[in-house]
Ligand binder design. Structure first.
Ligand SMILES: Cc1cc2nc3c(=O)[nH]c(=O)nc-3n(C[C@H](O)[C@H](O)[C@H](O)COP(=O)(O)OP(=O)(O)OC[C@H]3O[C@@H](n4cnc5c(N)ncnc54)[C@H](O)[C@@H]3O)c2cc1C
Length: 516
């Protein structure tokens, strides 16, 4: 460890790992990444199907929202990755870019879809590439599935019978339709941002990664960020950054760190006794994707519910194949609930198993779950501070369903999920609807079901938005040498899962910082 680096990156998550790799590729730049968690290891981290077993474990911050008024007052559990790889180390590995329109709608110079497509290609090694849409040289390996359950194939067929077009590549020319998800895996194992980007770069003499290092505050000289104060092994340390401090602590904790340093909404900072450095809408514009589990019994013993056994464990350990390679959410679809919608507003996630309450609810038997997901929510919430203590959890207020249209999209999603499940392709498998949804018929009953069972799909973003908190170079307004690079800078929704878009943001940020 040195006392001074060119860049200090706070957080080795999806974005932080990309930056650590790309910036340290220049041998004359000295780069440090500080990560609060530890290296991630073990079978649950590696074997894709085990991702829910990481929840509430050592690699999960396990946050909680404020009680959600429109979800029956429920407090929702929000997993976020903690350790090298961040949330890419505990996520479900679905590789989706979103809709091209999303990036055009951001309306930020340099971030239109045409301008970010080269970065989507640069970040991946895709089995369909190279092409207009895919790359074959990038650090992140994508697989077109090494394991797919027969129920997922039935879902694809049923949705096609219902009227959706087959789509073999949601990241190709067309997002709409139904198909199997591609996944960020390599040889049947999770390929996190740490495995893809950080670990291969660590032998470089100009890159250091300090784990167990929790940033408490950013150090300033006037408006210029000059370093970071962090806790490591019970002691406070300071490190200097001559070119920049890059906050990559994720959509929950990047705004928290800025607010702790007096950058945020002035009134709420003052109420906690924090001296205001810059009055900016930090933490505002929080958006997230809400998902609803709609579950059926499966009458054939094929689902993943009983896949955890010795034979499958050995098969995975010996050959990295079989059901453990499943990422659970194996298939999906993108649809518009209104024909006049500019792009899909609903995504289906299909899981060949009982999947409710993040996998914590278990039931005896075989099941399948269709998960309509709100991907263009109108509701916006915020991240705030509960206290000025840097080790305290921040306040998470997503304000789910605040805009009535969001409830309606999910309600239609539930109705259509039932229509899809009723198609012929499911005949060999479809058992009774799970008792929770059996009596749910009228729109009012569906709304009540949604309020009771909807959960996060783990995609919070937007809390240090471009154009509001950071400029298009991702520099915090009114500061020097201070940047935010992660999912929090996305000013508008991405219609799809957010890991690949976050990697893209960081790839482009690296070029901006390097002046490429
Ligand atoms: C359970 C789950 C499932 C998901 N499934 C998918 C999926 O299938 N497909 C998909 O595309 N997306 C998925 N996502 C979302 C996706 O993984 C995230 O959007 C993406 O990883 C966010 O990257 P990030 O860099 O913004 O933040 P993160 O990857 O969360 O990284 C932030 C890092 O900063 C560290 N940190 C925070 N505060 C501090 C501090 N003060 N000091 C030091 N370090 C700090 C954290 O420990 C963490 O490592 C999922 C997410 C979760 C949690």
């Amino acid at each position: 460890m040195r006392q001074e680096y060119d860049y200090v990156i706070v957080g080795a998550g999806s974005a932080g790992c990309v930056l650590a790799n790309r910036l340290s590729a220049k041998p004359d730049l000295k780069v440090l990444v500080l990560e609060a968690g530890e290296p991630m290891q073990g079978l649950y981290h590696k074997a894709p199907a085990a991702f829910p077993k990481l929840f509430k474990g050592p690699y999960d911050w396990a946050f909680s929202t404020e009680p959600q008024a429109l979800l029956g007052g429920r407090v929702l559990y929000w997993p976020r990755g903690k350790g090298l790889g961040g949330s890419s180390g505990i996520n479900a590995m679905i590789a989706i870019r979103g809709n091209p329109r999303d990036y055009d709608d951001w309306r930020q110079p340099g971030w239109s879809f045409a301008e970010v497509l080269p970065y989507f290609k640069k970040l991946e090694t895709h089995p369909l590439g190279p092409s207009e849409y895919h790359g074959d040289r990038g650090p992140l390996h994508v697989e077109v599935r090494k394991y797919t359950n027969p129920l997922s194939l039935a879902f694809v067929e049923a949705a096609a019978q219902w009227g959706l077009e087959h789509n073999h590549d949601f990241n190709g020319p067309r997002q709409e339709g139904v198909g199997l998800f591609h996944v960020s895996q390599r040889n049947g194992a999770r390929h996190s941002a740490a495995t893809a980007y950080l670990l291969p770069a660590l032998p470089r003499p100009n890159l250091d990664a300090q784990t167990g290092a929790r940033a408490h505050r950013i150090l300033f000289e006037g408006a210029k960020a000059t370093g970071v104060e962090y806790r490591h092994q019970g002691q406070l340390w300071r490190v200097r950054a001559s070119r920049g401090v890059i906050v990559s602590s994720g959509a929950v904790q990047s705004p928290q760190l800025l607010m702790l340093c007096g950058i945020g909404p002035a009134d709420s900072l003052k109420s906690l006794g924090i001296e205001v450095r810059l009055d900016l809408p930090v933490g505002q514009n929080l958006w997230d994707h809400l998902a609803l589990p709609v579950i059926w019994h499966c009458k054939a013993p094929v689902s993943l519910d009983k896949a955890e056994n010795l034979a499958n464990t050995l098969r995975y350990l010996l050959t990295q194949s079989g059901p453990f390679v499943s990422n659970v959410a194996e298939a999906g679809a993108f649809v518009r609930t209104r024909p006049q919608a500019p792009a899909p507003d609903l995504q289906y996630h299909f899981g060949p198993a009982f999947f409710s309450n993040h996998g914590f609810d278990r039931e005896e038997g075989y099941f399948f779950t269709i998960g309509p997901t709100l991907i263009a929510p109108q509701s916006r919430g915020f991240i705030g501070l509960k206290s000025a203590d840097p080790e305290a959890a921040p306040l998470i207020e997503p304000r789910y369903l605040k805009e009535p249209q969001d409830l309606e999209v999910l309600r239609i999603g539930m109705e259509w999920a039932r229509e899809i499940a009723a198609q012929k392709a499911f005949d060999p498998y479809r058992g009774q609807p799970h008792h929770r949804q059996a009596e749910v018929k009228s729109p009012v009953e569906m709304a009540a079901y949604i309020r009771q069972y909807a959960q996060t799909l783990y995609h919070p973003a937007g809390t240090c938005s471009m154009g509001q908190v950071v400029d298009e170079h991702l520099k915090v307004y009114g500061t020097e040498n201070l940047y935010v690079v992660d999912a929090s800078v996305m000013p508008g929704v991405v219609r799809g899962n957010t890991n690949i878009p976050t990697l893209m943001v960081a790839e482009r940020a690296a070029d901006l910082l390097l002046g490429v």
